[in-house]
Design a protein around this ligand. Structure first.
Ligand SMILES: [Zn+2]
Ligand SMILES: [Zn+2]
Length: 247
């Protein structure tokens, strides 16, 4: 039986806690993380601020690194998430965050799924540990999560994983100011008629920024093909009439 997505309340496939669009967003974020972290590595050194007029000098020498950046890309413990419903992302570096969630997901994977994509079984029963096949770098962890997403999306913790990952992306983007690219589309919104349909590179759906309308790329293409010929014809008529009036 089909279900409701726990994140966006849209239609989710049978026995899934996340819809296709929310799974698409997770995959896009997993792809984005290594790029964001590469950007952060270039920002570790603090920039020299403007000279302070009348300052009495610092009590301590300035730190040689930016702590807000180090907080995200520095080392940390890949701790087991005891409570995935709690707020576990605050202050956790991105590598430890990805490894922590991977170990949590691996511990939940049933025995029949083990070793399919690199989950090594440590003990016989419920304890397994995640181990990416290509090392333990950020990209390897992101690949691991992308491979296990079809499984994670069927588990009750899927929405928590989504929310935590989104929180991590917001933390990264706040520092790098590297936002996903957006593009305003040609056709008006089928619901509110505003010219505010927007495509965003990490989202599957095209969304209206003025109302809650959401369209799949296929729905948008059909809608555009239906409305644009008439709109273009009206625009042409107005232009022609103005040109005649000016003549
Ligand atoms: Zn959803
Ligand atoms: Zn709209």
């Amino acid at each position: 039986m089909d279900t409701t997505c726990e994140v966006c309340h849209g239609h989710a496939p049978a026995d899934h806690y996340l819809c296709q669009a929310c799974q698409h967003a997770i995959l896009a974020w997993l792809y984005e993380i290594p790029h964001q972290v590469a950007e952060l590595r270039t920002m570790l050194e603090p920039t020299t601020g403007p000279a302070q007029r009348g300052g009495s000098g610092r009590a301590h020498a300035p730190l040689p690194v930016r702590l807000d950046v180090l907080d995200l890309i520095g080392p940390g413990h890949a701790h087991y998430l005891e409570d995935p419903h709690g707020d576990q992302t605050g202050g956790v570096p991105v590598g430890a965050f990805l490894a922590g969630w991977a170990h949590y997901i691996a511990s939940d994977v049933p025995a029949v799924h083990r070793d399919a994509h690199g989950t090594a079984q440590v003990l016989q029963s419920r304890i397994a540990t995640a181990w990416p096949r290509s090392g333990t770098g950020l990209t390897a962890w992101c690949t691991w999560h992308a491979r296990y997403l079809p499984y994670a999306a069927t588990r009750p913790f899927a929405a928590s994983f989504y929310n935590d990952l989104e929180g991590m992306l917001l933390r990264l983007r706040r520092l790098t100011h590297a936002e996903p690219r957006t593009r305003r589309l040609q056709a008006p919104c089928p619901r509110c008629q505003s010219w505010t349909l927007t495509e965003r590179e990490d989202q599957l759906h095209i969304a209206c920024t003025a109302c809650p309308a959401r369209l799949t790329p296929e729905e948008y293409a059909t809608h555009r093909d239906q409305v644009m010929p008439a709109i273009t014809a009206i625009a042409l008529r107005i232009i022609t009439a103005k040109a005649k009036a000016a003549a």
